[in-house]
Design a protein around this ligand. Structure first.
Ligand SMILES: Cc1cc2nc3c(=O)[nH]c(=O)nc-3n(C[C@H](O)[C@H](O)[C@H](O)COP(=O)(O)OP(=O)(O)OC[C@H]3O[C@@H](n4cnc5c(N)ncnc54)[C@H](O)[C@@H]3O)c2cc1C
Ligand code: SF4
Ligand code: SF4
Length: 307
């Protein structure tokens, strides 16, 4: 069978780059993303080390390219259920969840969010803010088209009759009758680019996460620093609206427990110190680490600057 198709699983920066390279080389790419938007973890950051470039400026053009490339078919809210066959000739069954909002009819105006009566924690914002049952995770999401969480939506969960968002949408983009579907794909090659998850900090009680309100994870701090985040870039304590006066950055959390080094926390700890120095020039910043591994001359330069 002459099959020129490639399946890329995960639309973070790695999956996006792989998809664009292959699509531009003439391959048909199916890009599967379990989330409703593309970009992965990098879109949570305001800036990226070592040059502290604007993350959105770096990744948004790539996201747009993916959405516009005719050789790439994006299946969002989708996960692989089954792979059969062999290299060169795979049949892949994908579970594609309903979005309940049309990717073509929606213009991303946001008029449906406020009227929705259901509020829930926004995981993208590390639960530091709320979202509605119809939502995009943050400003600047791509595709800029909301999805409805069927577990919390009054109508879809069967708790109560509700049609408020449908009435709020002037473009007829919302369809509460949409169903999940299974899609079979025939592909030659599969690329797995599913990235990482952060460690659950609740397992490390010695650091006081969950017990003391002002202990944060690195990802929470990324969102506090982000101009499109829950505080629009204001670094505040969890209780009250005040900025911290002194901060301890603790590295290597979970390394022994997991049995490996994340290989990234030395660098992002420096980034966090850089963020804090920028926003809180009078705060005292302490860094606790067992080793410090700063490979490469650009990273070393960044280290010297931050120190
Ligand atoms: C706090 C923190 C700060 C960081 N700061 C920087 C920085 O400043 N500069 C830098 O270079 N690096 C930084 N990093 C590292 C950077 O985030 C990663 O190198 C980068 O995100 C890896 O991209 P990725 O595409 O491999 O994975 P991810 O960004 O994790 O993307 C993976 C994608 O795959 C999707 N996915 C996962 N499982 C499935 C599945 N089963 N089916 C379908 N889709 C799936 C996810 O939803 C996601 O969209 C930081 C990391 C952390 C934790
Ligand atoms: S149907 Fe009602 S509860 Fe469900 S998303 Fe729309 S407004 Fe929210
Ligand atoms: S679904 Fe309708 S109201 Fe909601 S963002 Fe899209 S176009 Fe706007």
């Amino acid at each position: 069978m002459d099959n020129n198709n490639v399946l890329v699983i995960g639309a973070g920066v790695a999956g996006i780059e792989a998809s664009l390279l292959l699509a531009n080389a003439g391959k048909k790419v199916y890009l599967i993303e379990k989330d409703l938007i593309i970009g992965g973890n990098v879109i949570k950051y305001e800036e990226v080390f070592a040059n502290m470039e604007c993350s959105t400026c770096m990744i948004a053009p790539k996201q747009q390219e993916v959405l516009q490339n005719e050789n790439i078919e994006l299946l969002s809210l989708s996960e692989v259920e089954k792979v059969q066959g062999e290299s060169g000739n795979f049949t892949v069954t994908v579970n594609k969840k309903a979005r309940y909002v049309s990717l073509t009819a929606c213009i991303g105006c946001g008029m449906c969010y406020d009227p929705c009566p259901v509020s829930l924690k926004n995981e993208f914002e590390q639960n530091l803010s709320d979202k509605k049952a119809i939502y995009v995770p943050c400003a600047g999401s791509l595709p800029n088209v909301p999805a409805i969480d069927p577990e919390y939506c009054l109508q879809l969960s069967g708790k109560k009759t509700c049609n408020i968002c449908v009435e709020a949408c002037m473009f007829g983009a919302i369809d509460l009758t949409e169903k999940d579907e299974k899609v079979d794909l025939s592909v030659e090659t599969i690329i797995v680019a599913t990235g990482f998850d952060i460690l659950d900090p609740n397992g490390f009680s010695q650091f006081g996460y969950g017990k003391h309100p002002n202990v944060f994870t690195a990802m929470e701090l990324e969102r506090l620093y982000a101009s499109n985040g829950p505080t629009e870039g204001k670094i505040t304590l969890r209780k009250g609206d005040k900025p911290p006066k002194s901060i301890a950055i603790i590295q290597c959390v979970g390394r022994e427990h997991q049995g490996y080094c994340s290989s990234v926390c030395c660098m992002y700890s420096l980034k966090i110190a850089h963020y804090l120095r920028d926003k809180l020039p009078d705060a005292k910043i302490y860094n606790f680490h067992s080793d410090l591994c700063i490979p490469g001359k650009y990273n070393q330069k960044f280290y010297r600057e931050v120190k």
